[in-house]
Unconditional design. Structure first.
Lengths: 440, 313, 278
């Protein structure tokens, strides 16, 4: 799958247009009136991955009369486009990406049409554990189509070389095993944590915090990690200790998530990533062209305090822009795109002809079952179990101030890892910013 | 521009102008206006009006997540200076500017002197010289990332090949000054070609007989450099420095790609981006942009005042 | 008499070559290796088994990637060329007026134009987008070119102004006495003399346009207008694009400017350097 949380190269530069909100008042009426027509229309779907196979799209057109024009735009640029089009009220696509971390902002700004108007909310919620991440203020902003979440990956070959055959189930075991791998000289620095000050570091901490048995924020946005015996505090301490005592390569201070997965995990330099992306085994570590550890890296249930723990979900959603020309047709497409059959097909349940490149895991439990039954997925059983129990970072949807909060998380954790501030000071700074943001 | 500064400035030389106005009497001469109209339309429509918009919004609360927009005086500026991340980025940027302008200017003078006299292959060397400038910024990060990299980077590899280090080092992200230096060096690499061309252009204006005279007088190379080359290259050096100031005050790609959003390298333009496009607090973002513009103008004027001297041959 | 190149100059030449070429060589070197080779420690200073695979996956065939690289290469070329031509024409007209004709408001206008170079990109980005949206110019070549022109006009005007001001006035005066109109003087006397300055201004403008990223990113929506730089940046956002391929993309993006620099180098020397900065 395509990483969306790597170092925000374009991003930054990018989002430029978000700014356009300013223009909201200036330019109204840019978008033509929307139509509820669903026959003989062409809709534009803009996502950051390659399209489903043309045959599948043709079949959709045949059965509904809706032609799909697919536009592939990288994740960062796509966010810019969404902001630009929405704030200047200009048409750009009918259906497009909804990221869980933007749900708060996008819901408040009203950039997407509420999905509950178009789908059976209850039925979807029952079959899609991650739907809650896309719900804010009672509105469904988007529907998850790819069920990414954070998961622990281990290079079992390297662990075996260090004499470890049983996989760790608790954080303590995990840490000891890593130390064994280091001591045995299998890897100088066995653990991969991308400490670059970027989004990937924040998500890593969320997953680690969950593993330490705690939450980041409570329902009202109050930080839950301020005291030294809280999970978030311990998680931060554990991460920073890991780089200080050499479990993590010193150079990781400036390495982003996807970069570290490509240059460290895929090259057998590190033996484990605690918060990796689900899907990486199939799409990166088992691909001979980009990896020298084919077949060695596997998913393990995330080690927790006393045993395996829940994973943090990190899904991709799709929604209907308020400036869509054919919202009804777009809704029909989303329904089709996220159906159990198609999700299983896209993920490879029925042969390579039906695979959507870059697609990872069905967001529907029924889709997953179909896929697992067809044995189309490496580690499918484990992944299915983990998906069922995966939890969003923000159960009530990401707050509107999420980007600022995340910025505070990754800059301060990075500084603590670099040694320019203590973990205590970093946690205090993050906690202060959360309190301030939530109080606004 | 302050009045005192303006008074001290010499009017631009008017020598060498065709005295059209005199020739045509007092009738209004429309031709120059016709000639500058297209330029003016572009500059007004696509630069001054947008910038004017910014200037005004800098004094408003403009937050789409928190409507409505309203006038809030200097609040945006107060918030900027109360935010330690912003003030830290101002410090970083000051370092970028000082290191970048000094280094690129010194290198540009050295390179320009190397290229001053005609020699075989000189024009090819100039072509090679401008390559770093021709490399798009988005690619520059890829290239330099693989040089600084702490796991497989070129610099580490060379150092360890010569047994200067026994394990790979981390250049960026740990030591504050080293991080700033490493990042700024990449920018210097990019901006030095233009600076060199500008200085070289000035050097080409220095009459050869001045150098002949200094040779006849038995002046040392250093004396020739400090008494003839440097003073007479001042106009070119000034422009090169102004270009350097504009570039370094707006440094963005290099720290962002090489060092993420970390406080060790964050620049003011990066903060502008975060404030405006991530936090959707446009008023504050505009206020910071305005400060960058003012800093650019002020430091350019300082350079004009202290470095620039009109040269007549 | 054969003159020995002074030591200092030889050192200077060596420095310029190393300084400019080592990083570029490194990108080329990596682009010719496989992903595994590029990650080796110590690094391969020469590609062990040079391969053009990265280039072929970027440039050839009908893959999604190759198509975007091809189309965006065409786009960047059109946008840069159009911006260069328009900038050059407008800057020439204005520079001539600024350099040779006295008129009211001349200094104010000249300095106001130059001052716009001090605006950070983010200052004008949003309002510009608004203006272009209002005229329906977002995601069009016209919109991108207009923005480039407005951005590069100040520097181009400045360089050309300096160049024209440094030209000997005598020929123009002769033209005036012969009764030629000022436009005729500009066309028949000034422009031929200023040709080297025009060419170097064109090169500078083209190179600046070639490196643009932020503005075309925001002002283009899809492959119909996205320049190569935007497509390369989007590659970096894709997880599975190997780092060797990114370096190959970098080399591709450098090819055209490098070709221009090598072919036109004598104009850069004679143009920009023939006494322009005063």
């Amino acid at each position: 799958m395509i990483s969306k949380r790597n170092r925000l190269r374009g991003t930054a530069l990018v989002a430029g247009a978000a700014a356009l909100s300013v223009l909201a008042t200036a330019c109204t009426g840019g978008a033509g009136a929307s139509s509820s027509q669903t026959k003989d229309v062409t809709i534009t779907v803009a996502l950051f991955g390659a399209p489903p196979p043309q045959k599948s799209l043709d079949a959709f057109t045949k059965s509904t009369g809706i032609t799909v024009k697919w536009s592939t735009i990288d994740w960062d640029s796509l966010q810019t486009k969404i902001a630009a089009a929405s704030t200047s009220n200009t048409y750009f696509a009918d259906a497009t990406d909804v990221d869980w971390s933007r749900v708060g902002q996008e819901s408040k700004l009203g950039w997407f049409l509420p999905m509950e108007k178009y789908i059976d909310q209850k039925a979807y919620a029952a079959d899609m554990p991650q739907l809650s991440s896309f719900t804010s203020n009672g509105h469904i902003v988007g529907v998850p189509f790819d069920a990414s979440y954070l998961v622990t990956t281990v290079n079992k070959a390297m662990f075996a070389k260090a004499g470890i055959s049983a996989m760790p189930t608790t954080i303590d075991e995990y840490t000891q095993d890593l130390q064994k791998v280091k001591a045995a000289g299998v890897a100088q620095n066995p653990l991969n944590i991308p400490f670059a000050a970027a989004e990937g570091l924040s998500t890593y901490w969320y997953e680690t915090t969950q593993a330490f048995g705690g939450k980041i924020l409570d329902e009202s946005g109050k930080p839950q990690f301020s005291s030294p015996d809280s999970a978030g505090y311990k998680a931060a301490q554990w991460m920073v200790d890991a780089i200080k005592n050499g479990l993590v390569p010193a150079g990781n201070i400036n390495v982003s998530d996807s970069e570290s997965q490509q240059t460290l995990m895929a090259k057998g330099v590190t033996a484990s990533t605690f918060a990796d992306y689900s899907g990486n085994v199939g799409s990166l570590y088992d691909v001979p062209a980009s990896s020298s550890v084919n077949g060695a890296v596997q998913y393990i249930p995330t080690p927790g305090m006393t045993g395996a723990t829940a994973n943090v979900s990190n899904p991709d959603g799709i929604g209907i822009l308020k400036t869509a020309k054919y919202p009804e047709a777009a809704a029909k497409f989303i329904e089709w795109f996220t159906s159990a059959e198609n999700q299983a097909d896209f993920a490879g349940a029925n042969g390579p002809d039906k695979v959507m490149p870059g697609y990872f895991l069905p967001s529907r439990l029924t889709g997953l079952e179909k896929l697992t039954a067809a044995k189309g997925l490496a580690g499918g059983q484990e992944l299915t179990t983990m998906l069922k129990s995966s939890k969003p970072v923000f159960p009530a949807g990401a707050p509107v101030w999420y980007p600022q909060f995340s910025n505070s998380v990754y800059t301060n954790l990075h500084a603590a890892a670099a040694g320019s501030m203590t973990v205590d000071a970093a946690i205090k700074a993050i906690s202060d910013s959360a309190t301030k943001l939530a109080g606004q | 521009m302050s009045t005192s500064l303006r008074l001290k400035q010499k009017p631009p030389a008017r020598g060498g102008q065709v005295p059209d106005a005199a020739r045509r009497g007092r009738r209004l001469d429309l031709l120059p206006y016709a000639l500058v109209t297209p330029l003016t339309l572009f500059i007004v429509g696509l630069a001054l009006i947008p910038a004017g918009f910014t200037l005004v919004e800098a004094f408003f609360r403009v937050q789409p997540l928190n409507p409505p927009d309203e006038f809030n005086g200097l609040d945006n500026f107060r918030q900027l200076f109360a935010d330690p991340a912003i003030t830290a980025s101002m410090g970083n940027t000051a370092l970028y500017v000082i290191i970048g302008v000094l280094l690129s200017t010194v290198l540009a003078i050295a390179m320009a002197i190397t290229l001053q006299k005609q020699f075989r292959g000189r024009s090819v060397l100039i072509a090679v010289l401008i390559l770093p400038w021709a490399l798009p910024g988005v690619v520059e990060g890829i290239v330099w990332g693989s040089i600084w990299d702490s796991n497989t980077g070129l610099l580490n590899s060379i150092l360890s090949s010569f047994h200067l280090i026994d394990h790979y080092l981390v250049f960026l992200g740990q030591n504050h000054f080293l991080t700033i230096l490493g990042i700024e060096l990449v920018q210097v690499w990019q901006i030095t070609p233009l600076s060199t061309l500008l200085v070289l252009a000035a050097l080409q204006n220095i009459p050869a007989d001045l150098y002949e005279a200094s040779t006849l007088d038995g002046c040392s190379a250093w004396t020739t450099f400090s008494r003839i080359t440097l003073p007479l290259a001042r106009p070119g050096i000034t422009i090169a420095m102004v270009q350097g100031i504009i570039a370094t005050l707006n440094v963005f790609d290099q720290p962002y790609i090489l060092n993420g959003s970390a406080a060790t390298g964050a620049s003011v333009t990066m903060q502008t981006y975060f404030i405006s496009f991530q936090n959707l607090n446009f008023g504050e973002g505009y206020a910071l942009s305005l400060l960058i513009t003012l800093a650019t103008l002020a430091s350019s004027l300082l350079v004009l005042k202290f470095v620039y001297r009109p040269v007549e041959f | 008499m054969k003159q020995r190149t002074p030591l200092m100059r030889r050192l200077g030449i060596a420095f310029i070559l190393l300084w400019s070429l080592v990083p570029l060589y490194w990108a080329l070197n990596i682009s010719l290796q496989t992903d595994a080779q590029a990650g080796s420690k110590p690094s391969n200073y020469l590609p062990p088994t040079p391969s053009l695979d990265n280039y072929s996956s970027l440039l050839s065939g009908g893959s999604d990637l190759a198509q975007s690289v091809q189309q965006s290469s065409i786009n960047i070329f059109i946008e840069c060329a159009a911006a260069t031509v328009i900038t050059l024409i407008l800057a020439t007209l204005a520079a001539y007026a600024f350099a040779r004709i006295q008129f009211k408001g001349r200094r104010v206008l000249f300095y106001a134009v130059l001052a716009t170079m001090a605006f950070p990109a983010y200052t004008t980005l949003i309002p510009l987008y608004q203006i272009l949206t209002a005229f329906g110019l977002v995601n069009t070549y016209t919109g991108i070119v207009l923005v480039y022109v407005s951005g590069f006009l100040p520097l181009a005007t400045w360089i050309l102004h300096n160049y024209m001001a440094s030209l000997p006035i005598a020929l123009e005066e002769a033209g005036n006495i012969d009764g030629a109109s000022r436009m005729q003087v500009l066309w028949h006397i000034v422009l031929p003399l200023a040709r080297p300055g025009l060419i170097s201004t064109a090169i500078i403008t083209f190179l600046f346009a070639w490196g643009q990223f932020l503005f075309p990113l925001v002002l283009s929506s899809d492959l119909s207008t996205q320049p190569l730089t935007v497509v390369i940046a989007s590659l970096q956002g894709r997880h599975l694009v190997p780092y060797t391929l990114l370096n190959a993309a970098g080399v591709v993006a450098l090819a055209v400017p490098a070709g221009i620099a090598l072919v036109l180098n004598r104009y850069i020397v004679s143009g920009m350097l023939a006494g322009s900065v005063k």
